[in-house]
Design a protein around this ligand. Structure first.
Ligand SMILES: N[C@@H](CCC(=O)N[C@@H](CS)C(=O)NCC(=O)O)C(=O)O
Length: 360
């Protein structure tokens, strides 16, 4: 009985988890999370309407790719994803979170803003996930496109004013990754790690496959495109070589983005939760975003990062401060938060009910 992964063949977080399962050589079966058949069952089991949802042989359910990966690394220790070294481990957790949450908006923007992308993806979603609903294909496509834009692009701060900044997040990521993959196979060296898996989420199902973003990757970042294929093909038992011992210098541009863009966003989001606002305005790198959706889940992300950071020794934190120097990350990791997600960061796991993601 293989494990069952409920998700979709175009989903950011499903593709991310599949890459980890394939690399760790864990047998699984992918089932489309169809609308009607599973609409009741899965959210009831996991506490949240999101994909992927993961079911073990014994019937237990897991949710949230970040927590599932942490559990998998313990339950299936062969071919680990998280480095043992506490400093590299923390950087891995930080960058995985960044790739999950901050690359989400550009990934959704490229998919739903450009007409050829929106047409292709709305057809795919309608056929794969809404096939058990009545109604003509064109109508399903219309509703899918409208919903995604309302929730994830136009309804989450992407506008004519912010579009260039949102697209710059993708283009800057390509530049940073290209510099790495011109020199080595994976982000931390000769084998994949949690950092690769994190970036693989957006880079695989969105940026390397949605037409507009994929054309940009092909043109500007051929080494990154080759890494996407390499990641998907990699199997732990066939890997030679190891991870680096010291974080390479070429991580600096990504860390600068974490400190200058993602952390200010997370802190503004925490403020919005504290004030009970459903939406908030925030200026990131000089670009004024308006009506960004408040997320209790992302407040939890910041709490988790602060929790992991606080659990390190003083010496390890000093080492990280040196790595993060000038980026703005360290102050955010020590900031007093004005609100709490309400989740216990010590006991929270992939088996806990998920936090509803849509604006909560
Ligand atoms: N933090 C979650 C996020 C999962 C997530 O946002 N999945 C998307 C699809 S890739 C989803 O289910 N969205 C719900 C929706 O569109 O209604 C994880 O890491 O698994």
């Amino acid at each position: 009985m293989p494990l069952v992964l409920y998700g979709s063949t175009i989903s950011y977080f499903t593709g991310k988890l599949e890459a980890a399962l394939r690399y760790k050589e864990i047998d699984y079966r992918l089932e489309p999370m169809r609308s009607q058949a599973q609409r009741g069952l899965i959210p009831q089991a996991t506490g949240v309407f999101q994909m992927p949802a993961f079911q073990l042989e014994d019937g237990r359910w897991l949710t949230d790719s970040t927590l599932i990966l942490q559990w998998l690394d313990q339950a299936y220790p062969a071919y680990p994803l998280l480095p043992q070294d506490p400093v590299l481990r923390f950087v891995s957790l930080l960058l995985e979170d960044y790739a999950d949450e901050w690359l989400w908006r550009p990934a959704m923007h490229y998919r739903w803003h450009y007409a050829p992308d929106a047409a292709r993806l709305s057809r795919h979603i309608s056929q794969e996930l809404l096939s058990d609903m009545p109604g003509p294909l064109w109508l399903k496509q219309f509703f899918v496109r409208r919903r995604q834009r309302r929730l994830f692009t136009a309804g989450d701060g992407v506008s004519a004013h912010t579009q260039a900044h949102v697209e710059g997040i993708y283009l800057g990521t390509l530049t940073a990754l290209e510099a790495m993959f011109a020199n080595r196979s994976f982000m931390l060296g000769a084998r994949p790690s949690l950092v690769d898996i994190g970036f693989f989420g957006p880079m695989f199902r969105h940026f390397s496959q949605d037409p507009t973003a994929a054309a940009l990757m092909q043109e500007r970042a051929p080494h990154t495109q080759a890494w996407v294929d390499r990641m998907w093909a990699s199997r732990g038992s066939q890997m030679q070589g190891d991870w680096v011992r010291v974080l390479p210098q070429d991580f600096a541009p990504l860390l600068r983005e974490v400190g200058q863009a993602y952390m200010p966003y997370l802190l503004a989001n925490a403020q919005a939760v504290a004030q009970g606002h459903k939406r908030f305005n925030v200026t990131i790198q000089g670009c004024a975003y308006q009506q960004v959706r408040t997320s209790r889940y992302r407040l939890l992300c910041l709490e988790m990062l602060q929790h992991h950071f606080a659990a390190l020794s003083a010496l390890q934190r000093v080492e990280l401060d040196a790595i993060f120097a000038g980026s703005g990350i360290s102050p955010a990791l020590r900031a007093q938060l004005p609100a709490r997600s309400g989740v216990d960061v010590v006991t929270h796991s992939a088996f806990s009910p998920g936090l509803a993601m849509l604006g909560l």
